[in-house]
Unconditional design. Sequence first.
Length: 213
Amino acid sequence: MDSKQQVLDQILGLGPVMPVLVIEKVVDAVPLARALVDNGVRVLEVTLRTPNAMSVIACLSEAVPEAVVGAGTVTTPEQLVAVERAGARFAVSPGLTPRLTAAARESSFPLLPGVMTTSEAMTAAEAGFTRLKLFPAQQAGSVGMLKALYGPLPDLRFCPTGGVSVDNAADFLSLPNVLCVGSSWLAPDALVKARDWDEIGRRARVASQLRAR
């Protein structure tokens, strides 16, 4: 296993749930991160779905050093370079293209690429990516898909994302090939826009205590 995959093991092993965050306003970044980190959730995926995402990543990397900030929705080599410069510790992609594969292999920056099928997982592994995001997890077959993948591909580890909730997270975490889960239920848009940091903190406490069922 190369060093980038080892780094991902360390990062994804810091907690059972990695929140998938969509942050519109930079002013909300620090209080949101504080609500999560102070309640036991350190690894944060800040998605590149808003115009201020790069500024949010830079802000959190400096203002909340206890957080391990990753960049989500990274789909191009240019974005991969930009998020590292902004201060992200790792990147997450919904899929894997030839250009992104080449850029990630040439870089020392860790990438967690998304896969949905057995062939995509095998192709990613052949390129050196053994830590993967199953996305969208629910549509890809959910827990049953991951159980099926473990037999022929026992060396791969996953962070299932998409359709993961507080109600089914423990089912995913019980699988030997799951490192953690990714989910937006900790900090959905409505709570962020309402700046309900107390409720987000409560959800973070619940998430940090999730264990395999």
